[in-house]
Design a protein around this ligand. Structure first.
Ligand SMILES: Cc1cc2nc3c(=O)[nH]c(=O)nc-3n(C[C@H](O)[C@H](O)[C@H](O)COP(=O)(O)O)c2cc1C
Length: 430
């Protein structure tokens, strides 16, 4: 099947309308692609970009990263320091995954945004980032089955699309720093889903109340929404399982609810159809990605307004610090997936995963991405934007402090160029 084939979604009713609609989308996406590529020529990571209402001065985005420094779910001064260190005038930051409800947690000391105390605490972080001129979106997260009874209210089983646990190949970080096995989750009943959707909606409203410029819906990397999207996990026999259309339903209900609450241009969506982190395998990642994208396109058309952006994790072999993808794929195959999704999506396209300065420059120059999000390099280089601008050497990141709770060590103590950083070897490739 060709990548842009209209029959990758199992629609049945209104077929004629949909075929015409799909052909329109294909023509439009080809037109947009060629204009985009023309527009991208001469574009660098330092070319300004207008993302809806937001005027970005460059295209180096802070990727969302869980750092486990929000003691008891509260975003305290350590987070304010961490995010302001990475702020630049006209820069764009996405926060770490932030809990939408008490059942959303699967890591120690991650921040929440479902109650007043958490929301109030975020205000100080957001204000500090705004004072440095950056735009900041809050990533809304529910881990689903990637949790443990110790993180759940009343010691209950974690919730998911399924009652199958994550395999023993993956380990969960426990509150005491040890690693455990993932327990058997409880499959959500249909009647419970609206309440989960409501948690996202309320969390989005709380984020706006905290002063965030917008939110990102975390639909990637094997967490709750991905547990509905992927056929390697979702074994439901009801209207939320089976066909790609059914598996997209939960995500789209969340997107719809959040967009209605805070406006489309303040909503980003993250997906990773080709990443099998936490057993999130998919037999047809290309068409799953296209199905989500076409639904987002349609929503945008219906609303007459664009979403903030679509954020896709590059299925590069080492992209997520994991090498057990099961289907590594070649660089060409991966580029094909990304380009097909990029061509089809009618809006701002953000890429993430294994990007160096050089690869990021290439991606924006070739029109493969509007913005590039950087994770690990941004952990160890708070002034990554300046270093990229100067093509200066980079600090190496220290993996063992990624998820520890020290408010400084491996968090806010990486040196800036201006105070002696940059004496270590540059990374040519992650
Ligand atoms: C320590 C760490 C924590 C992460 N936490 C999140 C997260 O909370 N939400 C998310 O969507 N991705 C998360 N990611 C994935 C990153 O956003 C990013 O896509 C990934 O690190 C690949 O980009 P990189 O090669 O530039 O590091 C995390 C990655 C790392 C290294």
């Amino acid at each position: 099947m060709s990548p842009a084939s209209p029959d990758h979604i199992s629609y049945r009713p209104k077929q004629n309308y949909l075929i015409v609609h799909h052909i329109t989308l294909i023509i439009r996406s080809h037109y947009t692609t060629s204009t985009r590529v023309m527009a991208a020529q001469g574009t660098t990571l330092f070319s300004p970009y207008k993302m809806g209402r937001f005027n970005l001065s460059h295209r180096v985005v802070l990727a969302p990263m869980t750092r486990c420094r929000a003691l008891n779910g509260i975003a305290g001064p350590a987070l304010a320091e961490y995010y302001t260190q990475r702020s630049t005038p006209g820069g764009f930051l996405i926060t770490e995954g932030t809990l939408v409800s008490p059942t959303a947690q699967g890591f120690p000391h991650v921040p929440g945004i479902y109650n007043e105390e958490q929301t109030e605490a975020w205000k100080k972080v957001v204000d500090a980032v705004h004072a440095k001129g950056s735009i900041i979106f809050c990533q809304l997260w529910h881990v689903g089955r990637a949790s443990h009874q110790v993180y759940q209210p009343g010691g209950a089983a974690p919730i998911s699309s399924t009652s199958k646990p994550i395999s023993a190949r993956w380990r969960i970080l426990m509150p005491d720093g040890s690693y455990g096995t993932y327990p058997k989750p409880r499959a959500l009943e249909i009647y419970e889903l609206p309440e989960v959707v409501e948690h996202y909606r309320q969390a989005a409203l709380n984020a706006i109340q905290a002063g965030f410029d917008g939110i990102e819906i975390h639909g990637a990397h094997g967490y709750l929404i991905d547990q509905f999207l992927k056929d390697g996990i979702n074994d439901r026999t009801d209207e939320y399982g089976g066909s790609i259309a059914n598996r997209c339903k939960f995500l789209m209900q969340i997107v719809q609810a959040v967009v209605e609450a805070i406006g489309a241009d303040r909503v980003g969506v993250r997906i990773s159809p080709a990443i099998d982190h936490l057993d999130a395998t998919e037999s047809d990642p290309l068409n799953l990605g296209l199905a989500v994208i076409e639904r987002l396109n349609r929503l945008q058309l219906n609303l007459g307004s664009k979403l903030g952006y679509l954020h896709v994790t590059q299925p590069r072999y080492t992209a997520y610090g994991q090498t057990e993808t099961g289907r590594p794929g070649t660089e060409e195959e991966e580029a094909h997936l990304l380009r097909t999704w990029r061509r089809t999506y009618q809006g701002t396209f953000v890429c993430s995963g294994g990007f160096t300065r050089e690869l990021g420059m290439e991606a924006v120059a070739q029109g493969d991405a509007d913005l590039v999000s950087y994770g690990r390099l941004f952990i160890s280089n708070p002034d990554l934007v300046l270093r990229f601008k100067l093509n200066a050497p980079l600090n190496k990141y220290i993996r063992k402090t990624f998820y520890t709770q020290d408010p400084v060590l491996g968090y806010t103590d990486y040196p800036f160029l201006s105070n002696g950083g940059g004496t270590v070897q540059p990374l040519s490739r992650l």
